[in-house]
Design a protein around this ligand. Structure first.
Ligand code: FA5
Length: 342
């Protein structure tokens, strides 16, 4: 067989292989096999030394022609492989934007969140603004500006977690009172819902991570009557039925006088259970008139400005609302529990 026929054979073989290639990587291998440095065409060109000038010219032209044609075939094949891959992908990922969705289970709001939203609505309807504050607080905002001096024994009631730089996880939303007093001009009314943290042994009614809603009203001639009216409004709207509460003195360094508003336990209807520690009552809503020192810390004259504040225990309110017998359900992620609120 002469060299030109041999080249013709090689071309035919290459053409067949290229037309059967399925993947781009195989195409590269085929290219190397024929027109690569060690490919079949270079091997042939090594034989050209034995040919005379005229034949060498002819063979050289043929090799160039074949390798140009093979290059073109490879380009065309590469494009068609890419097109095929794209079509396949489009076929696989085809979706109809107008097709009705298959039923998929959707989540719901956590009961704490939905009751918090109700509480916010009730207060907003009474002219309160909703404020927020950070969960990591300064010692000043959480304690000092609320009249807890550094060695105040009341600090022991609210132990917490401290960061290396001396800040702490806030123990109560009362820290937002301090922020409100700094940035708002009286008269004002705010509520501030949020998550709080305590270094605490947990049981049916105590968590180390729970939620409160702080409330604060600053104005002129604010009295205990304003406070109890507001608390009654909240409770009658949340429970939509007569609730039994009791008001007793309570101590917090940042209010004077201070009260504890307790709720007759709705889990056991006052008979006694693990939620109310068998007393029939649940501590829910401590409150009081703002201590003059707190107003002074914020640069307000307590002879002119007065106010009340409260700190609602949101988890316990939700427990009373739904008769939930253990606070630990809230952070448990237990779907059987959460699905009851769908
Ligand atoms: C306070 O945190 C005060 N800052 C409340 C306050 C605000 C008083 C404004 C006066 C004026 P206390 O530690 O009692 O107070 O907590 C308030 C409410 O949070 C409690 O009545 C209770 O409902 C809830 N609470 C307290 N500790 C826990 C806990 N470990 N787990 C769940 N709820 C709790």
């Amino acid at each position: 067989m002469n060299i030109i026929d041999e080249l013709q054979e090689i071309y035919k073989e290459a053409e067949d292989l290229i037309s059967n290639v399925k993947k781009e990587s195989q195409l590269d291998d085929t290219k190397n096999l024929f027109i690569g440095k060690k490919g079949k065409l270079s091997l042939i060109s090594k034989k050209m030394g034995n040919l005379d000038i005229e034949e060498r010219k002819q063979v050289g032209q043929k090799i160039n022609e074949i390798s140009e044609n093979l290059e073109k075939l490879i380009i065309i094949k590469r494009d068609s492989i890419k097109d095929e891959e794209l079509n396949l992908l489009l076929e696989r990922e085809k979706f109809d934007v107008l097709q009705p969705r298959k039923h998929r289970e959707s989540g719901t709001l956590h009961p704490i969140t939905s009751v918090q939203m109700e509480v916010e609505d009730i207060f907003v309807s009474m002219g309160f603004e909703v404020m927020d504050g950070p969960e990591i607080e300064t010692d000043y905002n959480n304690f000092e500006a609320l009249n807890f001096t550094e060695d105040h024994p009341a600090r022991d009631m609210q132990d917490t977690f401290y960061t290396d730089d001396g800040n702490l996880l806030r123990t109560h939303t009362s820290a937002i009172q301090v922020r409100a007093l700094k940035i708002l001009k009286p008269p004002f009314r705010i509520i501030a819902p949020g998550r709080v943290f305590r270094y605490e042994e947990i049981d049916a009614s105590h968590e180390n991570t729970f939620n409160q809603v702080e409330g604060m009203v600053v104005g002129k001639n604010i009295s205990v009557a304003n406070l109890t009216y507001t608390m009654n409004q909240l409770l009658s709207q949340i429970f939509n039925k007569e609730t039994i509460v009791r008001l007793r003195p309570g101590y917090f360094p940042f209010v004077e006088p201070g009260f504890e508003l307790d709720f007759q336990c709705m889990v056991c209807e006052g008979k006694g259970c693990s939620v109310c520690k068998h007393s029939g009552w649940v501590e829910l809503l401590p409150c009081g008139l703002i201590h003059p020192n707190v107003l002074k810390f914020a640069g307000l004259d307590p002879e002119i400005w007065t106010g009340f504040a409260f700190g609602l225990g949101l988890d316990r309110l939700v427990m009373m609302r739904y008769g939930i017998s253990d606070i630990r359900y809230f952070n448990s992620g237990n779907l059987r529990f959460l699905k009851k609120f769908l």
